[in-house]
Design a protein around this ligand. Structure first.
Ligand SMILES: Cc1cc2nc3c(=O)[nH]c(=O)nc-3n(C[C@H](O)[C@H](O)[C@H](O)COP(=O)(O)OP(=O)(O)OC[C@H]3O[C@@H](n4cnc5c(N)ncnc54)[C@H](O)[C@@H]3O)c2cc1C
Ligand SMILES: NC(=O)c1ccc[n+]([C@@H]2O[C@H](COP(=O)([O-])OP(=O)(O)OC[C@H]3O[C@@H](n4cnc5c(N)ncnc54)[C@H](O)[C@@H]3O)[C@@H](O)[C@H]2O)c1
Length: 507
């Protein structure tokens, strides 16, 4: 069996994971005539395509060259969120003096135990994505091997040729590694290898202040690593609302993460066990000596090995080219997930896969552009967003009203000591139509769905205002946005009229 760095270290948890997602004794089936759908890639997008289509009665083949479950289960959402949860526990234990819990200040975290917990949970969750479940419970022909096009209606895997009526390319993306002099020689971690660590790096440099860099920088700092976070743009999380990103920068600074925004890495030099990053910044240069480097500098599509030309499928550096119905230049072939989407999230891979099934197999006309896509970066506090940012509205010439409720005005946030953050909504000027929203807070990822639902359901902020939110919850921040909107409707004229009415009632 090929070596998969994701499956190290060898322990019972990783053995269970391997047995589920890349069984060493797996025997590929004999191809069963022409398939309704052949899916390449068994990450979030491919699994949903295969399970959904098979559930509707289609004959489906699913091809995976590495690990079923793809990035999300093996080297993405699941392990990163498990580490984040453990890092929160470490942090909370150390900083619980405010709550009258004494003696936590000097607490140390047991990194090997943290990683073992993550591997145990990942192995537990892997049953859902397992090759056996897809074969035995869902009736999918699962092929372990590399899929490649041999023609516009055929795909080869493991020496077999599969004929298809429709195919789905769901091959995802992997870490893009910047071409920095000396980086390859020095060695670096990516999301494919960082979750295999068994020892905490004493000093970790993180290249990239996007979601991957920020989530993992904070987690490792809370475990006890000294962390230097290097971002070439002037701010972390540059795509987010500037006020939201500023809160994260403040929190990171307070937690001791050394921030290098606007820095260019000139080279990486190896000196003994140390990796030295030479930086150039507006205020001069400098170097950082670290034990390990983690690269979280964006993603590059998994196109390699697919022989797309043979399938008549057009692609470029950003991935497979699809139209709004997720159809490629070969009308029989569709794509979903990170391989074609600008929104690289598990939930969008899932949502696109559902569109793909409808369009590819049932002559559906669903559009990817119709999706309302929320997302959340699981730093502490979290940043969650849906819809337009202020700059999007400006670019599109849409006039908006922006309302913000600081969490410091929400009782539950005060009680919980979670006042760093806010709920913000952008409304179409003159109406209560929600165009976009950002929430920064401990539970932002849980809270954003109410606003996403309002957008998809065409509900205005007034509907949220009419909805009772249990007291005391942090979600009251969203109801308070509706109160704030109501106050904007209290124009001097309305106020005068109401005042006149009340005065008349006092006669
Ligand atoms: C560290 C990290 C944390 C993340 N956290 C979150 C999060 O909290 N929330 C969230 O929504 N998203 C998160 N993401 C993003 C999320 O993991 C991806 O958006 C999601 O996994 C995309 O699914 P996919 O099916 O498109 O691709 P993938 O999961 O990449 O799956 C593609 C599969 O195709 C296989 N493959 C590729 N080429 C071939 C071939 N030729 N033949 C056969 N198989 C092939 C690959 O081996 C892989 O298994 C995170 C990502 C990372 C890296
Ligand atoms: N919570 C989540 O949903 C979650 C978590 C992690 C990842 N993801 C997904 O994975 C995708 C990839 O995440 P990412 O953080 O790798 O990518 P990203 O593109 O979002 O951010 C990468 C950052 O690295 C910086 N960068 C690039 N090259 C650099 C260099 N040489 N030196 C310094 N900085 C450099 C970029 O300016 C950018 O800010 C995300 O877009 C997201 O879709 C989602």
């Amino acid at each position: 069996m090929a070596f998969h760095p994701q499956l190290t270290p060898s322990d019972t948890h990783n053995d269970t994971l391997a047995a589920n997602v890349h069984p060493h004794d797996w025997v590929n089936p004999r191809p069963a005539g022409r398939y309704n759908l052949v899916v390449i890639g068994a990450g979030a997008a491919g699994l949903v395509c295969a399970a959904g289509a098979a559930g509707l009665g289609a004959r489906v083949a699913l091809i995976e060259r590495q690990l079923m479950g793809g990035d999300c289960l093996n080297v993405g959402c699941v392990p990163s969120k498990a580490l984040i949860r453990a890092s929160r526990a470490c942090h909370a234990s150390r900083h619980s003096g405010e709550f009258g819990v004494v003696g936590g200040e000097g607490l140390r975290c047991d990194f090997p135990q943290v990683m073992a917990r993550m591997r145990r949970l990942r192995a537990e969750l892997s049953r859902h994505d397992s090759a056996r479940r897809f074969r035995d419970e869902l009736g999918v022909d699962v092929f372990i091997g590399e899929g490649r096009f041999t023609g516009p209606q055929t795909i080869a895997v493991d020496g077999r040729e599969l004929a298809f009526d429709r195919a789905a390319i769901c091959t995802g993306a992997r870490a893009a590694v910047p071409s920095l002099p000396g980086l390859a020689a020095a060695g670096y971690l990516t999301n494919e290898t960082v979750f295999s660590l068994t020892e905490l790096p004493p000093w970790l440099a993180v290249i990239g202040g996007g979601p991957i860099g920020c989530e993992l920088a904070q987690a490792f700092a809370r475990f006890g690593s000294r962390v230097s976070l290097i971002e070439s743009e002037p701010h972390l999380l540059g795509r987010e609302d500037a006020d939201a990103a500023a809160i994260i920068e403040t929190v990171f600074g307070r937690e001791g993460i050394e921030l290098y925004p606007g820095a260019k890495i000139l080279e990486v030099v190896t000196e003994g066990e140390e990796k030295v990053l030479r930086l150039q910044r507006d205020d001069g240069g400098g170097e950082i000596r670290v034990d390990a480097i983690l690269v979280g500098a964006g993603r590059t599509p998994n196109l390699h090995g697919l022989d797309l030309e043979r399938g008549g499928i057009i692609y470029d550096r950003s991935g497979i080219q699809v139209n709004d119905r997720l159809q490629t230049s070969n009308p029989r072939v569709y794509a979903a997930g990170d391989i074609c989407s600008p929104y690289k999230f598990t939930h969008t891979a899932d949502a696109q896969a559902r569109i793909l099934i409808a369009n590819a197999l049932f002559m559906g006309r669903q559009k990817a552009s119709a999706l309302v896509v929320p997302w959340c970066t699981y730093t502490d506090p979290e940043i969650a967003h849906v819809g337009l940012y202020e700059r999007d509205a400006e670019r599109q010439g849409i006039r908006i009203t922006t309302l913000t409720v600081p969490l410091a005005t929400v009782d539950r946030a005060v009680i919980d000591g979670d006042t760093e953050g806010f709920a913000r909504v952008h409304l179409r000027r003159g109406s209560d139509q929600i165009l976009g929203a950002t929430i920064v807070g401990r539970h932002a990822g849980e809270m954003i769905s109410e606003l996403s639902l309002a957008i998809t359901g065409g509900l205005g902020l007034a509907a949220i205002g009419r909805t009772i939110h249990p007291y005391p919850t942090q979600a009251e921040a969203i109801r308070k946005l509706a109160d704030a909107w109501n106050r904007t409707r209290l124009t001097p004229t309305v106020k005068r009229l109401l005042g006149g009415w009340l005065q008349w009632r006092r006669r």
